[in-house]
Design a protein around this ligand. Structure first.
Ligand code: HEM
Length: 468
């Protein structure tokens, strides 16, 4: 346990080889990814077989080396406890409560918006449900087939290589793949998510750690993402020794209804792409709506704020990107004062939506034949965002954003939630305009949560200790 910035962290560059590679890079060059969710039936066999793949795990110091693959590992609290009693005892007191309790608790369902009587209820989830909580009858045998102990993130440059890799891992790892616990992703055209908007643009970055450095306003202290370092308030949060150089990973499988999304904008008056861009806060090509309110300009800049646009005439205050990062809005802080940044590492999963779901002007850009795909995409109906993010404090970062900005009321926007990312229904979206604001009616939510969990991404030495 350490309470102040440890001597070890003063030689920061020496720590790079300890931190898993996904912290400093989104692995953009690796366009095919699989998330494999495992359960340990025999902890002994799990430990034994995990040792065999340890040398395949990617760490930051190797990112510049020529390698055509990446692999990262993250454990749930239950997984850690099964693998190593000593680690569990050490972590019991000091690992974050959210990590130990998991994503599916009565309290957290309300907090995250996965409400019991909605399509996002964990009762309906494909994986990650806490079966014990859903067992009506105490005498009923709890079938924990959805319980995830380990997430293996595989990144490859081609579909064939990904298939070979997954097959090898499934053969090597002596553990069971959770039912529906393989989620495949292949990058859509032009780095877009399924609704047709460019994703992965705005990210916080850490000096000396992140592969790409952004603007000063996006710089955060290492401790906002990596455990055991000073955060933006120069505080080092208490964690068990084993957590040093680790991070917390949120995984949420969010299904997207692309047809419903675009159908809701096809009104006789108004341009559907413009209306959708106003709700997203960026045009489909990534251009910030606050800088270019009338048309996309092919600019993916992230060096802007909303000072010139206080009332949201250009970019509505309730739009997805403005909610999730209000930048310098009054009462909010940017840069190193911002306490609510998350490092997004999400990927689109499932087949690209048929082109006819999109407005005509977008069809060629999102044509269902995704650039790098070799599959026939019309077959698979379910698609969405495998939302993943890294943070050092679930409550202050991911949960704060989900609860207050995505599913919370912003300023004077009574009754409105995040128009893109909220899984809850609400009736109107306010479009500030002159002389009067407009209220756009909405149908049901475009997204629903179909699985999720909280994980710990250990350092190189922590991984060895866990498998000892
Ligand atoms: C299916 C659901 C979602 C979709 C389609 C979506 C899509 C997008 C897009 C297109 C952008 C703009 C590009 C960029 O800056 O990277 C964006 C930004 C962002 N999203 Fe989402 N998102 C979704 C869910 C979420 C969730 C659940 C969260 C957090 C809990 C989130 C947090 C953010 C953040 C922090 C930004 C950057 C805002 C900024 O700094 O300007 N998103 N999202």
């Amino acid at each position: 346990m350490y309470n102040s910035l440890d001597e070890r962290s003063s030689g920061i560059s020496g720590q790079l080889g300890e931190i898993q590679g996904i912290v400093s890079s989104g692995y953009g060059a690796f366009r095919f990814m699989s998330c494999l969710l495992f359960q340990f039936k025999s902890p002994k066999k799990a430990r034994r077989s995990l040792k065999k793949v340890l040398n395949q795990v990617s760490f930051n110091d190797e990112l510049t080396q020529k390698s055509d693959r990446r692999l990262n590992l993250a454990f749930s609290w239950k997984g850690l406890c099964l693998l190593n009693d000593a680690v569990a005892n050490e972590g019991e007191e000091l690992f974050k409560r959210e990590f130990k309790e998991g994503m599916d608790t009565e309290y957290r369902r309300k907090l995250l918006g996965d409400l019991d009587d909605t399509p996002s209820s964990p009762r309906e989830w494909l994986w990650g449900r806490n079966e014990k909580l859903w067992c009506q009858n105490e005498k009923q045998v709890v079938d924990e087939k959805q319980e995830v102990h380990l997430a293996v993130l595989v990144y490859e440059g081609s579909e064939e290589k990904r298939e070979t890799r997954v097959k090898e891992l499934l053969e090597t790892l002596e553990m069971e793949l959770v039912d529906r616990g393989r989620i495949d992703s292949q990058e859509l055209k032009q780095h877009k998510e399924h609704f047709g908007f460019r994703d992965g643009i705005s990210q916080p970055w850490m000096k000396g750690l992140s592969v790409t450095e952004g603007s000063a306003a996006d710089e955060v202290a290492w401790g906002e993402v990596v455990l055991g370092y000073q955060d933006n308030t120069q505080t080092v949060e208490r964690h068990p020794e084993i957590a040093f150089n680790g991070s917390y990973l949120v995984i949420r499988q969010i299904e997207q209804d692309v047809k419903r999304f675009w159908d809701s904008f096809s009104t006789p008056e108004g341009d559907p792409v413009k209306l959708a861009a106003k709700q997203m806060g960026r045009w489909p090509d990534g251009t910030p709506v606050t800088l270019e309110p009338d048309a996309a300009k092919g600019s993916v800049t992230n060096d802007f704020d909303y000072k010139h646009d206080p009332h949201g005439i250009n970019c509505p205050v309730g739009s997805h990107v403005r909610r999730c990062n209000p930048r310098t809005a009054p009462g909010r802080n940017s840069g190193k004062k911002n306490r609510h940044r998350i490092l997004r590492r999400g990927r689109a999963y499932g087949a690209a939506a048929p082109a006819e779901y999109f407005p005509p002007q977008l069809r060629s850009e999102v044509s269902q034949k995704a650039e790098v795909s070799q599959k026939d995409h019309t077959q698979d109906e379910s698609r969405g965002l495998l939302f993943m993010c890294l943070n050092a404090n679930f409550e202050r970062q991911f949960e704060f954003m989900q609860r207050n900005w995505i599913n919370g009321l912003m300023g004077t926007l009574a009754g409105e939630l995040d128009p893109v990312a909220s899984q809850l229904n609400f009736e109107t979206f306010t479009l500030p305009d002159k002389p009067f604001r407009k209220r756009c009616p909405r149908g049901d939510a475009y997204v629903k949560t179909v699985g999720g969990g909280y994980f710990f991404l250990p350092s190189r030495s922590a991984m060895r200790k866990i498998l000892d």
